[in-house]
Write a protein that binds this ligand. Structure first.
Ligand code: HEM
Length: 520
């Protein structure tokens, strides 16, 4: 079967466009000479890379009919099992070379260039074009991207910024636990003492992520734990989910044509983005008012306030980036938290060892949440484990700026190459006991592995200068909430069976797991 798939295909049907096959970069510049590693022997041509089928439209039809978009992560895993550690995929408008071994991924990143490029999310870009919105860093490229990104890094990535926002996240994480705690108390009767609360924590986790994001980004507490969630918040959460779910099929289809035809898939996508932009507009207006009318000492300016104060970005650019940051912030933290509660609950011994370390660290930190996190490497390991087993984004993409060799195949500059995180995270070739949730493995791996590729095993936030700009926000937010939950509650689940997952641009549980909380 694999041999049958290793047929040569004409260049016009291949993964690279003619210009790419001729060694051109996406900017149309001529590529340099072939560089990279090979395991010896003849370097094979791009066309010889195994593939899943070369008729991109037939492949797309099969995907559509079989509802495979939501299982793309599983499809990738089985394609690697069948075809080996490198293969080509041709799906509608997208063609890519997919890889999964850390050594190959390290090699890819060596060729990402000064202004690395990811796969263009065409439907997002079209929405900005049609509505006349500026693009944020997610959609910009080249020197323009770099200039905005360096300014954003100062407000969300550098350690001074992290120290500024950790206390605010800590405050929201405490509120989350108070809310669950008081619901638990309502259930407790005097006679039987400790009671338990079994629930789907997903709505509370989304509320936590939205509350924390608004506080950090706009400097605003929106009160999701003190009242019933506002329509505005619910609409926002719904809009982000809709936007994510409609993005995946649109990546492979001609969005511009669907827009002209008024296709429902496009209309749903554009409407969802409109809500997200409206939310940003309203939050920004409130932010401007607060900042101009109440310059009190102690007022939280948020990222918005910092960017306005520095005055280096135009208001349109700030709005574009605040919109992208908010759209990127909520699901990406709420969803890994669902997986984390589930894994901690179904692994009681691991839960206990993380709790022990967290309790000791909090004791030493004397009320400083930043220090408390620093003293609990198992908590960090737990988050890495969650993102290894359930990466939010299942691939990281790059267009190498020079030709390179991977697995002895020539990859022309400008080819879309995807580092496939989901299959890598579950591969026995890459991780010992890959399906075991083992937060301590990361400390062990650092101590045991001397090979330079070790670092390329934890790539959930991407790599290098184009890595996730919200990384520090996400890592700290997830760790802080887990820290407070472990300090307050014992977690369990009724069944330790694996949970099914689906892809809606980000990887999610098919249905959110129910967790039992018991007061410690
Ligand atoms: C666990 C949570 C998260 C994960 C796993 C994640 C993952 C990623 C990945 C893989 C990339 C592409 C990186 C690359 O190409 O090298 C990315 C980019 C990005 N993420 Fe995240 N993300 C998370 C949370 C967040 C949050 C909380 C925000 C906003 C506050 C955010 C905003 C963005 C933006 C704006 C980009 C584009 C950056 C650029 O191109 O310069 N992400 N993220």
């Amino acid at each position: 079967m694999a041999a049958a798939l290793r047929t040569r295909i004409p260049a016009r049907l291949g993964g690279a466009t003619a210009s790419r096959a001729l060694g051109m970069t996406p900017d149309g510049k001529e590529a340099g000479k072939v560089v990279g590693t090979s395991s010896g022997g003849r370097v094979r041509s791009f066309e010889e890379i195994p593939h899943t089928g070369t008729n991109r439209w037939l492949n797309l039809l099969t995907f559509w009919r079989e509802g495979r978009f939501r299982l793309l992560h599983k499809h990738m895993e089985s394609s690697f099992n069948t075809l080996g550690p490198i293969y080509r995929e041709h799906l509608g408008l997208q063609s890519s070379v997919n890889i999964m071994l850390p050594g190959d991924i390290a090699e890819l990143f060596r060729y990402e260039g000064l202004n690395p490029q990811r796969m263009v999310l065409q439907p997002w870009a079209l929405h900005r074009e049609i509505r006349g919105h500026e693009k944020g860093v997610f959609l910009k490229n080249g020197a323009e991207w770099r200039a905005d990104r360096l300014l954003l890094n100062k407000e969300v990535m550098l350690s001074a910024a992290v120290k500024r926002f950790i206390p605010h996240m800590d405050e929201v994480a405490r509120d989350f636990c108070r809310t669950i705690g008081s619901r638990l108390e309502d259930q407790t009767d005097g006679k039987h003492g400790k009671s338990s609360l079994t629930l789907n924590p997903s709505p509370d986790l989304f509320a936590f992520a939205l509350e924390a994001s608004c506080y950090i980004l706009y400097g605003e507490r929106i009160g999701l734990f003190s009242s019933t969630p506002s329509m505005e918040s619910q609409k926002f959460i719904w809009a982000v989910e809709r936007m994510l779910a409609t993005t995946v099929p649109l990546l492979y289809l001609p969005s511009a044509l669907l827009e002209r035809l008024g296709a429902s898939l496009w209309t749903q996508h554009a409407t969802a983005w409109d809500h997200i932009f409206d939310h940003a507009e309203t939050s920004m207006k409130r932010g401007f008012q607060r900042l101009s009318s109440r310059p009190d000492v102690g007022e939280v300016p948020g990222v918005l306030g910092q960017l306005l104060e520095k005055g280096q970005l135009t208001r349109e650019t700030i709005k574009a980036n605040m919109t992208e940051l908010m759209a990127g912030a909520v699901d990406t933290t709420a969803v890994p938290l669902q997986f984390a509660l589930f894994e901690l609950a179904r692994n009681p011994a691991v839960q206990e060892s993380v709790r022990r370390q967290v309790t000791e660290s909090v004791g030493r930190a004397q009320g400083d949440p930043h220090k408390a996190l620093e003293g609990a490497p198992l908590l960090k390991g737990a988050v890495k484990e969650i993102l290894r087993l359930y990466p939010v984004g299942i691939t990281v993409q790059r267009y190498p700026v020079r030709d390179l060799v991977l697995q002895n195949y020539n990859i022309p500059a400008g080819t879309l190459v995807q580092a496939c995180l989901y299959p890598m995270g579950r591969s026995a070739e890459v991780f010992d006991n890959p399906l075991t949730f083992d937060p301590a493995r990361w400390t062990r791996m650092r101590q045991e592995r001397a090979d330079g590729g070790a670092a390329f095993r934890s790539l959930a936030f991407g790599f290098g200068s184009r890595q996730c700009v919200g990384r520090r926000i996400a890592e700290n937010e997830i760790q802080l909430l887990l820290m407070h939950i472990l300090l307050n509650f014992h977690l369990s689940v009724s069944s330790s069976q694996d949970i099914d997952t689906k892809l809606t641009l980000i990887l999610q549980p098919e249905s959110p797991p129910r967790i039992t909380f018991r007061m410690l």
